[in-house]
Ligand binder design. Structure first.
Ligand code: ZN
Length: 253
């Protein structure tokens, strides 16, 4: 299918479905300057194994190593800004076509772009919390303490260790993942997959619950054969084109 035909087909599917949900992954944020750590070639993770530097196991057994090495990536991601793709999805929600969005990304860029109904199933970098008393802190508190070489950063109330509100390798999935999963399973007619290669479980199971799929991703995914539309382009441009196609069609009908 040619690009413009794919956009038109995807726009028609979105306009014709009542339960449209989106699932986004790392490819969504590469245009915001956040590298996709898992993409072939660009992989920072090919050189530095994240299991060794930013896993739950390292956080608990060697917090100093976690904060000296793995944490830098989080501090960098927290400064990024949303790109046109994030704004396009927020617009699709505002127009009433998108009912909710599940993201694997921890960068918080959908929230910064104004997305309302969202499940950040791998957590986010807006806050952290004390492992002893569970007091919450802005994420910047952790960043500042790390910059001052307080490793690990600690709670002002009880001196317990602070950790970011992200789901690390080895952490259990949060309750909101199961909530998202139930809603997708019961209400999702059409899932718009954006920038995810659908290889990270259990999130990669979610498209199985959707009746129909649209996939926008640079690389092939294991679900491409099941999708009604597959577009292998950069997410930002595609989402802008797609949302204006949905909007234009809505205006002319
Ligand atoms: Zn505390």
């Amino acid at each position: 299918m040619k690009y413009h035909d794919s956009i038109a087909r995807a726009a028609a599917l979105i306009r014709g479905s009542t339960g449209v949900y989106a699932l986004t992954g790392a490819g969504m944020s590469t245009e915001s300057g956040i590298p996709d750590f898992r993409s072939p070639g660009t992989g920072l993770w090919e050189k530095v194994d994240p299991i060794k530097t930013s896993s739950a196991e390292v956080l608990y057994s060697n917090p100093r190593l976690f904060y000296e090495t793995g944490f830098a990536r989080f501090a960098c991601i927290a400064q990024a800004d949303p790109n046109p793709g994030h704004f396009a999805l927020a617009r699709l929600e505002k127009l009433g076509f998108l009912k909710g969005l599940v993201t694997q990304n921890i960068d918080g860029l959908h929230v910064k772009a104004g997305q309302k109904k969202i499940w950040e199933v791998h957590g986010h970098l807006r806050t952290g919390y004390c492992l002893s008393c569970h007091r919450r802190y802005p994420f910047q508190e952790l960043v500042q303490q790390v910059e001052l070489k307080r490793l690990p950063p600690v709670c002002r109330s009880c001196s317990g260790m602070l950790r970011p509100d992200v789901v690390l390798f080895g952490d259990p999935m949060p309750e909101l993942f199961f909530e998202a999963s139930n809603i997708i399973g019961s209400k999702c007619e059409l899932m718009l997959v954006v920038g995810s290669s659908l290889v990270i479980y259990p999130v990669a199971d979610l498209p199985r619950l959707a009746r129909r799929l649209i996939i926008i991703n640079l690389q092939p995914t294991p679900y491409d054969h099941r999708a009604e539309v597959v577009i292998r382009e950069k997410c930002g441009v595609v989402l802008q084109d797609l949302v204006s196609a949905v909007e234009t069609a809505a205006e002319t009908t």
